[in-house]
Design a protein around this ligand. Structure first.
Ligand code: PMP
Length: 451
């Protein structure tokens, strides 16, 4: 009976549910989750797995936090929906809290996702420059390997050709520059401070394009989806200085790095003195319990939308953006992060885990082990000298071996064929020490066996 039901569901899944990124692996049955508990979930066959990538790096507090569910329930019973053309209390409280967490004076526009948060940022940036008397500033600079979302504007900032090419033409005005990727640096792999050379290159591009045409630079403090690229803290400082010099807005995409993932409340806070013009958030803002995107802008920008009456209003709206229940969930999520000292915990434990994973560097096929907080990438190569990426099949075998042992990890890197060779590990920030031990031990066992 149960088997029949399961087979039926798999059949229906294959026929009717369009999976993200692909039509899934046609040969294998899709993994259908039925229950979650902390950092673990159970699939339809009753097998239990530790979620080593927090869903899509969003389930930061794990499954089943009753306080968060209660917050959503109470909010929905009290006020089920209300638009932000007007206002409601959870949105007011959350925007105020975000401003406090960003340690500046920020005003937030709410949407539903990371992609939308970035789209909103682009529109605000262009309108800001126009209202600031610089109508010609419309271009955005982003880095190769970066992922900023799936909608056409965010996809145009996403400098991974394979994700874009079937949907060309991209939105005009998006320019791409090399990432601060010292392991395979375009500025010479042995160049000292190659990440700073990558930062300086942005200045060069601003000059080449004409500073009076460039609206903003968008970047993640640490490239996550593009292979976990961790520049020195100086990199963002240098980029921030360059942006300031040319009146180019610094847009920091904290969709993955926000709310503790990197061992600071926000990733940009690793770089002392950096205060972004715009910060975009999603995922960790609600720990994945409900959808919510946020675009926080500094008072310098918001001022330009207050002046001269309705002509200067932002012509942008999102029906469900800032849904009362999503805002209530975000507030509870942040309260838990603060009360349980999650950020400090991630910072401390993160260093230990990275140290342990770093032992793997002695293996021939481990090119580099990178990470910050609870975000790790292990770059696999044929050998350390040629740095030739291992095959897709080899990556698949590692991931399958971890899965067989009950651990889900991911892979990422570049969409350039053959360069999807970085193992990704990003456990929930609330994982117990036992959970984390399991992650490290499993990854090490598998890599020592196969590499
Ligand atoms: N920015 C970054 C850095 C992301 O990783 C993602 C999602 N993976 C997005 C933006 C887009 O977020 P969403 O999927 O919620 O639209």
């Amino acid at each position: 009976q149960t088997e029949l039901k399961t087979n039926k569901l798999i059949e229906q899944d294959k026929e009717h549910l369009w999976h993200a990124m692909s039509r899934y692996n046609e040969k294998a049955s899709p993994m259908i989750a039925t229950k979650g508990e902390g950092a673990w979930f159970t699939d339809i066959n009753g097998d239990k797995y530790m979620d080593g990538v927090s869903g899509l790096w969003c389930l930061n507090l794990g499954h089943g936090r009753k306080e968060i569910v209660d917050a959503a329930y109470e909010q929905m019973m009290n006020l089920s929906y209300f638009p932000l053309t007007l206002s409601h209390i959870p949105a007011i409280q959350l925007s105020t809290k975000i401003s406090e967490l960003l340690q500046g004076s920020y005003t937030t526009f709410f949407s539903n996702s990371g992609s939308e948060a970035n789209e909103t940022a682009f529109k605000i940036a262009r309108q800001y420059h126009t209202q600031n008397g610089n109508q010609g500033k419309y271009k955005f600079i982003s880095r190769y390997r970066a992922y900023h979302g799936s909608t056409l504007g965010a996809l145009s900032a996403t400098a991974q050709a394979n994700r874009r090419m079937k949907y060309d033409p991209a939105v005009p005005g998006f320019i791409h520059v090399p990432p601060p990727y010292s392991y395979r640096s375009l500025f010479g792999e042995n160049a000292k401070n190659s990440d700073l050379l990558a930062a300086d290159y942005i200045e060069q591009v601003i000059n080449w394009e004409g500073a009076d045409t460039v609206a903003g630079v968008i970047l993640e403090p640490f490239i996550s989806g593009g292979g976990v690229i961790i520049p020195s803290n100086e990199y963002l400082k240098r980029v921030a200085e360059i942006c300031k010099k040319y009146d180019v807005l610094l847009i920091v995409d904290e969709v993955v790095s926000g709310f503790g993932r990197t061992g600071k409340m926000f990733g940009f806070m690793h770089s002392e003195g950096v205060q972004p013009d715009i910060v975009t958030m999603a995922k960790g803002l609600t720990s994945g319990y409900l959808p919510l995107g946020a675009t926080a802008v500094s008072s310098k920008i918001y001022e330009k939308f207050k002046e001269n009456g309705s002509n200067n209003h932002l012509r942008h709206i999102s029906t469900y953006g800032g849904h009362p229940a999503s805002c209530a969930v975000a507030l509870k999520n942040i309260e838990i992060i603060e009360n349980e000292n999650i950020v400090e915990r991630v910072s401390q434990l993160g260093k230990t885990i990275l140290g342990e994973l770093h032992d793997l560097i002695e293996l021939d096929k481990v090119g580099e082990v990178r990470g910050v907080g609870f975000l790790y990438g292990i770059e696999l190569v044929e050998d350390k000298v040629s740095k030739t990426p291992v095959s897709e099949e080899f990556m698949g075998a590692i991931i399958a071996a971890c899965k067989n042992k009950g651990l889900i990890i991911g892979r990422n890197g570049d969409t350039v064929p053959g360069y999807n060779n970085v193992l990704i590990i990003a456990p929930p920030l609330s994982s117990t020490e036992e959970d984390l031990r399991f992650v490290v031990d499993t990854v090490k066992t598998v890599l020592y066996q196969l590499c």
